[in-house]
Ligand binder design. Sequence first.
Ligand code: KMH
Ligand code: ZN
Length: 277
Amino acid sequence: MTTTTLITVAPTGAESSKADVPALPVTIDELVVTAKECEALGAAVIHVHIRDDEARPTLDIGRLRATVAALRESTDLVVQLSSGGAVTDPEAARLAVLDAAPDMASCTMGTVNFGDDVFLNRWEFIVDLHTRMQERGVVPEYEIFDLGHLTALQRLLGKYGLPAGGHVHVDFVMGVPGGMPGTTEALVACRQAVRDLPEGTTFSATGVGRTTIPVMLAALSTGGHLRVGMEDTLTYAKGRPVDSNMQLVARAVGFARLAERPPMTAAAARELFGIPA
Ligand code: KMH
Ligand code: ZN
């Protein structure tokens, strides 16, 4: 059983507006402050979506590069850029995220209904993203919105080989309307399917909305890691909005300590993923 817990913070996402959620970090300065505070609490990885000057989601390459540089300068966190972007982002812009040379990038393993939208991830696109990450030494986090996405990953690795760094890490994104539910039963089904992936494969899980707590508890009790943040969760408890990303990270750290699996350091996360220090 894993002895520590990798905590990833996903502070912004592409779905909520700054007008509706003023605590959402949308500028580089806000992201850096959030990153530093979350690192001090116990986060090791930051999953990053960026916004433009009007706080709208963007994949602007200049701003992505500046964000990666600012986060590297101010923290030791593993910097993971989202290649998912927003549902409206074209494939070319999503592939170009790799030009910002992050430590990691997300790689979603299939198409999923996403609320009223569709988050499109064609097989050819997935192959392209995976192989470009291999070429550039960017470590993927494979995003799993449904059980079949793990079968697709098994096929991808069988045909195109292991990712950069040699370690396979997946993240179960649970409770998206259109994807798998955020339940213990669904998490256990995914956990079972991970056994068909290369030995040593690790998983984290995040539960969207009100599924955040059951998913955290299920992930910890099955040897998994945690992703939390305002990308996925805007309500801390019934009738109580989230104050900040730090509040969510602090709760995840508390749960991890209760499970006697304290937070993994960023240095240990780099070693796990095969990312040079
Ligand atoms: N914003 C979603 C459409 C990822 O970051 O790779 C996609 C997403 C997954 O958040
Ligand atoms: Zn994301």
